[in-house]
Design a protein around this ligand. Sequence first.
Ligand code: AMP
Length: 543
Amino acid sequence: MIGNMMFQPLLISSLIEHAVIYHADTAIISKNTDGSITHSSWGQIARNSKRFANVLQSFGFTVSDRIATLAWNNHRHLETWYGISGSGLICHTINPRLFPEQLTYIINDANDKTLIFDKTFLNLVLSIKKTLPYVEYFICLDGYDEKIQTAFPEVLFYDELIEGQSADFEWPELDESKASSLCYTSGTTGHPKGVLYSHRSTVLHSYATCLPDSFNFSAQDRILPVVPMFHVNAWGTPYAAAMAGCSMVLPGPMLDGESLVQLIDEYQVTNALGVPTIWQGLLTAARNSGSQLKSLQRNVVGGAACPPSMAQAFKDEFQCETIHAWGMTETSPVGVINQLKAKHLELDESEQFQLRFSQGRPPFGVNIRICGQENSNDELPRNGHATGHLQIKGHWIVESYFNQFSHALTEDGWFDTGDMATINQDGYMAISDRSKDLIKSGGEWISSVELENIAIAHPEVDMVAVIAAVHPKWDERPVLIAKKSASSQITEDKILAFFTDKIAKWQIPDKVIFVDSIPVGGTGKVLKKDLREVYGSVLLAKE
Ligand code: AMP
């Protein structure tokens, strides 16, 4: 017997419809690329998203066509998001910090039909546009600009496009399992891989992230997603905010501590979200300016481990509660969030604080386990000590990668995250290491393998290894360990210069260390763990 309740598909358009009916006058404050501020509202965002949906329809796109965005967090970007996904197309957010060749690969792999970009990225788009045969329309996310038009004659301007359009648009009643958005993750080897989210996964993820034991969003909040909309959909916050009726401050391109402190104070932000590097800059700027960050009740730290000293500083100096969370592109991204249980309130403050260092426990809808071997099902005990390969399953976890037909799961249906972790008896997960050796620099991945592949091509080196060294500002930076070929007089500068034009500038190692031999294990693999133990702090002495 089937229940007698209504069925309504879980659609992204239902989020913006909810926001326009119940939170139309709730403010969306947006910093533009030129630093000016636009005051909008959920009502205005909803109307413009429908105008843009009409534009897309006039272009003749069909359901599931991909529309790419290369843009900062701002109101126009938000409007395009809802316009694209709401009308049944797939919103492909792209990280502009990737090297041009990676951008070309991603845009072509996704078969993007339109590329929407912020003014800031004009030169980048001009430099790759010839390599993008499938892109039919280029849209500058701004008003008309003569200089841009001259440099790029075929470009269209967003404000002009939506100006004459009707704000009436009937959102299609799609199957909730249809794809809504696409993000690429970088792999250890080979090309980045696409993760294709669905309307259903996005809406369920929004329900979960709004919960009090998650990001704790409410209609009394004004949230500041510092995490970019191209980094796993800003952790889903633009969707969750529409669901909860939060006001939002969208910070545009200026993510330095001073700009963020100013936005928080001026617009009374209650909850902000970002990676640890962002918070480091913000703490320094707040101390320097004497700001008390009075309105800020909570901040969510994820993307990399939150240093305990950072959470302590927010608590002691700014009376702000830090919420540590873990996730990845493949998990939409929220996998676990650290909030205490009632029984923990009886513990003393230092014990509570200790508990909050771990990444946290899953909300309903997600399950985690640790296993002895990668991709296996030999589950290890949840005792807080056993360390294993972290696996996850749930409503918003990837099943297979875009354009790849094989499943990304273990035989019994779990996704192996590539992280190493412990889980305690209460389900709190703590990341202990990564099974991969990727380097996380300021919230961005750098592939050590990619750097090694370049370095080893130099004729005067025999063997190389790239490790992640701890960095005071960027969390981690790459350090190249190299064994010179016999009689070579090669210098550090010359090796570093060898990376130029082969990889994005920010991915070039910070330092080269020459050694007589590089340790290898039984299977002939470089023992990076040993190298990290010896050289992992080499950059700390520098600054
Ligand atoms: P990405 O897909 O680029 O968001 O990267 C996901 C990876 O970032 C995870 O697999 C972890 O290795 C790392 N990560 C994310 N959040 C945390 C955290 N809170 N603590 C430690 N590592 C994290």
